[in-house]
Design a protein around this ligand. Structure first.
Ligand SMILES: CC(=O)SCCNC(=O)CCNC(=O)[C@H](O)C(C)(C)COP(=O)(O)OP(=O)(O)OC[C@H]1O[C@@H](n2cnc3c(N)ncnc32)[C@H](O)[C@@H]1OP(=O)(O)O
Ligand SMILES: O=C([O-])CC(=O)C(=O)O
Length: 362
């Protein structure tokens, strides 16, 4: 047997038509479209139409999907609202895990639609419940991004906020075989169903090394505080063995293309603000420090650095960042789940046993 690959690095574990991450060129393609062609130009529903195409029975037009998601948000609200008291005392991500796990496998709506629609409904209701505010019912006529902000805030969001969130949700919709998508595909490969696969994916996303990085990015900016502290603070963090959140990637050896897409969004919301200028200085300092202290590894900015600044500019609380990532990524998860269950075999790699062998019989 060959040696194990640490972290499955470089192992190709699935064929997919959904997305391609070109780590050398810094390019991300969704089904034949560069991310720059989609983000800021199309709706989340249009990306769902693109990624789900061929896996579902319903017509793939974005308007049809928008209507179906609207109806599914109403259904999700009916399922989730009575369960909110059970989430008291949990974080929003933990509450989301609980409510998603309660989606019944027998529910008579297409499960990829209900899982996708449930995300904004549950996140908004859980965030409001935390502040003793009543859940706001969905408006099925709105697109997901606009309805999420409306359900969260209890009032319609401004067009610039809706557009910024929409761009973010499109940007993070899919990303090859990242940890959460791989998890979704493993669970789907056992035929456990869409809801179980999505719950498992959310659990993988929750970790700080994957979708949990943007909140800590802001914590890092706050902790650094002043321009003259940037490099000393970062050097100290690395010498303590910490990782700089928002930097490094398993696949990209150059800058993550989504960083520039989201930097443009952050600038559009907060042009000329001290916060963005400071973040740019921290980014530049981090790249210098990483090149100096980790010379063997090409570490660059990843999607999470400017995600943090976009979500902060949208005045969203830090503990909602991971669940909001899930509102975008569920489109990719469900597409991969459907792709995996179309004839894919159970995912079952092997391990190399390095433990002791039984003692020979005396
Ligand atoms: C949506 C997303 O999930 S994007 C990723 C979000 N996560 C983060 O931003 C967290 C910070 N980044 C990281 O922890 C990593 O870069 C990961 C998890 C994203 C990728 O990890 P891997 O490709 O497995 O890199 P690996 O863990 O093998 O690290 C290789 C070397 O680079 C170093 N390194 C990698 N990322 C960083 C970082 N952000 N800061 C400091 N050092 C780093 C490691 O310490 C290691 O060096 P060492 O061998 O001297 O210890
Ligand atoms: O691809 C990865 O490993 C992590 C990532 O950037 C994502 O999931 O968007």
């Amino acid at each position: 047997m060959t040696a194990a690959s640490d972290g499955l690095d470089g192992i190709i574990a699935a064929e997919t038509v959904l997305s391609h991450v070109d780590g050398e060129q810094g390019r991300l393609i969704f089904r034949g479209h560069d991310i720059e062609e989609l983000a800021g130009h199309v709706s989340q529903e249009a990306v769902a139409a693109l990624l789900w195409h061929g896996f579902t029975d319903e017509a793939a037009a974005p308007e049809t999907i928008s209507r179906a998601l609207g109806e599914a948000r109403v259904a999700a609200f009916e399922i989730g609202r009575p369960l909110l008291p059970a989430a008291a005392g949990l974080t929003v991500t933990e509450g989301l895990r609980l409510l998603l796990a309660a989606l019944p496998d027998t529910y008579p709506l297409p499960h990829h639609l209900l899982a996708t629609a449930a995300m904004p409904v549950f996140v908004a209701a859980l965030a409001r419940a935390r502040q003793d505010a009543a859940a706001v019912p969905p408006d099925p006529a709105l697109p997901q991004a606009a309805d999420f902000l409306r359900m969260l805030r209890g009032m319609p969001a401004t067009p610039d906020h809706v557009a910024a969130l929409e761009t973010y949700l499109v940007t993070v919709a899919d990303h090859g075989l990242n940890a959460s998508t791989f998890t979704a595909r493993v669970v789907a490969s056992t035929r456990a169903g869409v809801f179980s696969s999505v719950v498992a994916a959310l659990c993988a996303l929750k970790g700080p090394l994957h979708g949990g990085a943007p909140g800590p990015v802001l914590d890092m900016l706050d902790a650094i505080g002043y321009e003259d502290q940037i490099e000393p603070w970062l050097e100290h963090a690395i010498s303590d063995g910490d990782r700089l959140m928002g930097f490094g990637h398993r696949v990209y050896r150059v800058r993550d293309p989504r960083a520039d897409v989201l930097k443009t969004v952050a600038l559009s919301l907060r042009a000329g603000s001290n916060r963005i200028r400071f973040a740019e200085a921290v980014e530049a300092g981090a790249l210098r420090v990483l090149a100096r202290l980790k010379p063997g590894r090409r570490l660059d900015t990843n999607v999470e650095f400017y995600t943090a600044l976009v979500l902060e500019a949208l005045e969203l609380p830090r503990d909602l960042f991971t669940p909001i990532f899930a509102i975008g990524r569920v489109v990719g998860w469900t597409a991969h789940i459907m792709e995996q269950t179309r004839g894919g075999r159970i995912i079952r790699p092997q391990s190399a046993y390095v433990g002791p062998m039984p003692k020979a019989a005396a």
